[in-house]
Design a protein around this ligand. Structure first.
Ligand SMILES: [Zn+2]
Length: 304
């Protein structure tokens, strides 16, 4: 585990059991004012016998728990394990394998894998603020070599070792990253990413890849890596490249293999951890719980 601002010992002092974890989830979701997830009424009765639904709405008479309407709903795992898993995912900057999570939590690898995927799902598709100021844009290529693939799985891209998956990302000089998997590295795709995620009028730094040519709405500076130019004054893409380095250490060191389908989820894991690295562990846990509302992920959708 990497150095963290909340030690494992402190984590368990703070969250010794299921009850303390449940209270934390409730606090982060409802902020002290419990509302019915069915009808939004705040006329709530707390049941004496808590399990499995601790609350009943006096208006619509339905029972509910903090899990309802979130990614937790279908899960039978204790909230304490959910919280501990999030802690582990934060504490290991390069990622943590489902084998390891399974061993630590005392659950099977398959259960651990599904748990981690659902937590990653929470970090996906968040309504982010666009990046602004000076923003470095770059793509990176991960995955197996083309020659090792079946003919039907081969893809023919020109740039970078072909057959790899493409991830595009932007990093503001304040240290915020937006990143996702894309289908190709053509002009339309990369311009689409930039227009969607970067505030108009920002200054964009890229390398000299031709697909970046013709950007309107931005001040565009290029750095020419092919002639070994890496920094020219404020023009460089070292920030986004440091993010790629972390992503790739995880890919090759921890996860070994990510399918195209799942890679996007891992990319969001790395982005979320990167973007919240200045805050402390509790900020990370709290933010994750706040984002759970309305998120769902079924196992059958995941393995389809
Ligand atoms: Zn209700």
């Amino acid at each position: 585990m990497d150095k963290t601002d909340l030690s494992l010992y402190e984590f368990f002092q703070m969250f010794p059991d299921e009850e303390s974890a449940r209270k934390y989830f409730e606090k982060k979701r409802w902020n002290g004012k419990i509302v019915c997830p069915h009808c939004s009424s705040d006329n709530i009765h707390e049941c004496k016998d808590h399990s499995p639904m601790p609350y009943r709405c006096r208006k619509c008479r339905k029972f509910f728990s903090v899990r309802f309407g979130t990614i937790l709903e279908e899960s039978k795992l204790p909230l304490h394990k959910w919280l501990f898993c999030m802690y582990l995912m934060r504490a290991n900057r390069k990622g943590i394998s489902s084998v390891q999570v399974g061993k630590i939590l005392g659950i099977t690898q398959k259960t651990a894998w599904f748990l981690c995927q659902r937590i990653r799902e929470v970090w996906m598709k968040t309504t982010k603020n666009k990046l602004d100021g000076i923003v470095e844009i770059d793509e990176t290529y991960v995955g197996g070599l083309e020659k090792n693939k079946k003919k039907s799985q081969q893809r023919g891209w020109g740039r970078g070792p072909s057959g790899k998956l493409i991830v595009v990302g932007g990093r503001s000089r304040e240290g915020q990253v937006i990143s996702c998997v894309v289908q190709d590295n053509k002009k339309e795709t990369l311009h689409g990413f930039i227009n969607e995620n970067i505030e108009k009028g920002s200054t964009v730094m890229t390398d000299t890849w031709k697909s970046y040519n013709g950007l309107t709405n931005f001040t565009h500076h290029k750095i020419n890596h092919s002639v070994r130019e890496f920094v020219r004054g404020i023009v460089h893409t070292n920030g986004i490249e440091s993010f790629w380095a972390i992503l790739k250490r995880g890919y090759y060191g921890i996860y070994h293999y990510m399918s195209e389908k799942h890679l996007n989820r891992y990319v969001h894991e790395y982005s979320f951890r990167y973007n919240t690295s200045k805050g402390n562990v509790l900020d990370f846990l709290g933010k994750t719980i706040e984002m759970m509302d309305g998120k769902r992920l079924m196992y059958c959708d995941l393995v389809k």
